[in-house]
Design a binder for this molecule. Structure first.
Ligand SMILES: *Cc1c(COP(=O)(O)O)cnc(C)c1O
Length: 384
């Protein structure tokens, strides 16, 4: 079968291989059959291997939904009564976690930092010291809105020093940037199948500490569909998801895991790094600036600043590229106009070379000066 190959430079869903796409075309099956449960058992075990988790101490729990369901589940399920959550927040995805706390009415501290700055660890420690009722610390590994990499190992060590559970939104790093759950001081991490795994949307998973999940059995219940213990308990006792799983998506995820292990953790990370470097090279050649200091970037998302050119029109540039099979993505920073190019998915350096040919044409067609100009440079048209 000949399926058109699109290069997705958005932060997920990512470009998939044809073998993953085709893995969804299977005979119809009722997911309550033993055959299906045994497949999910293998899938759950494979997910642990990605983050080098010991199967005695850690477990993985699957949910039907996009990645946000994981944040929702962890926060609403893992907070004991009369305790508080600390969100270490320097971007859009940690802000989403804050919104989840607000929606459930969970006591929380939103410890906010600038979106282009790393969290101040001394301030995090001071907050933990002054608030002994913090039972859960949450942050985002790679803030996908900007591409900044947070120091999770250090944050996890602080959380543990003050007796709190550490949950990390690793949706845009897991199965890309190597993670070691124990060494990185993570109690719970999470992702969805369409990002690092390069599979299909609709399946999300949490990998975390079994003893903490078991202790949460007696915590206040704040959701029915999105309760971690309930789903875990159902998997442990029946091997099945509590409610209907995304059947075909699970077949695709199993194929994607096969391909993940065949490529290998290091080789895959090296490939994403090649793509990331190629994105930077292309943007540098065109004169674009980015938001986050290079040494702080997670190596997966580049946030470029709109040039100060009267002819710049993101939608027109996007549409030109889209019609030619390349998808670029708007930014997620309220104070600066940016767009994003991401290194996720089944793509390599050559795809980025091809992309920049098209991107350059898009700039030329729209009469945008190359190299692009910014108002703090002399002679930029339209600047006062
Ligand atoms: C993609 C992503 C999510 C999930 O977003 P959905 O829109 O629910 O798929 C959560 N956290 C991070 C860091 C992400 O990159």
């Amino acid at each position: 079968m000949d399926i058109k190959r699109n290069i997705l430079l958005n932060p997920g869903p990512s470009t998939t291989t044809d073998t993953v796409k085709m893995a969804q075309v299977v005979p119809d099956i009722c997911p309550r059959e033993k055959e299906f449960a045994s497949m999910m058992k293998g899938l759950r075990e494979d997910l642990l291997k990605i983050v080098h988790a010991d199967a005695q101490k850690y477990t993985s729990v699957l949910f039907c939904g996009s990645g946000t369901i994981n944040i929702d589940v962890c926060l609403n399920s893992l907070l004991p009564a009369d305790k508080k959550i600390l969100i270490v927040n320097n971007g859009a995805y940690s802000t989403r976690a804050v919104e989840i706390c607000e929606y459930y009415g969970l006591p929380h501290i939103n410890l906010q930092f600038a979106v282009d700055e790393l969290p101040d660890l001394e301030l995090v420690e001071k907050t933990l010291k002054e608030n002994p009722d913090i039972a859960l610390v949450h942050t985002t590994h790679n803030e996908t809105g900007t591409g900044i990499l947070n120091p999770i190992r250090e944050l996890g060590a602080l959380a543990h020093k003050y007796g709190a559970v550490f949950t990390v939104d690793t949706t845009s790093t897991l199965a890309m940037r190597p993670i070691d759950i124990e060494k990185d001081n993570i109690d719970f991490c999470m992702a969805s199948a369409q990002k690092g795994l390069m599979a299909m949307t609709g399946l999300s998973f949490i990998i975390g500490n079994r003893a903490v999940i078991e202790a949460s059995k007696d915590y206040p219940k704040r959701s029915y569909y999105c309760n971690l213990y309930l789903q875990y308990h159902f998997f442990e006792t029946t091997g099945e998801m509590h409610f209907t799983p995304p059947v075909q998506t699970i077949y695709a995820a199993m194929q994607a895991l096969k391909e993940y292990f065949a490529e290998g953790e290091e080789a895959k990370w090296a490939r994403h790094t090649r793509v990331f470097e190629a994105i930077h090279k292309g943007l540098d050649e065109l004169g674009f600036r980015d938001v986050i200091k290079r040494e702080w970037q997670a190596g997966l998302v580049v946030s470029a600043i709109y040039p100060d050119d009267p002819n710049w029109d993101f939608t027109k540039v996007h549409d030109y590229c889209y019609e030619r099979g390349f998808t670029i993505y708007p930014g997620k920073i309220s104070t600066t106009n940016t767009f994003r190019l991401c290194a996720l998915g089944a793509i390599d350096e050559e795809d980025i070379t091809e992309f920049f040919k098209v991107f350059r044409q898009a700039l030329e067609q729209n009469h945008i000066a190359i190299p692009v100009r910014y108002c703090d440079e002399k002679g930029t048209a339209g600047c006062r």
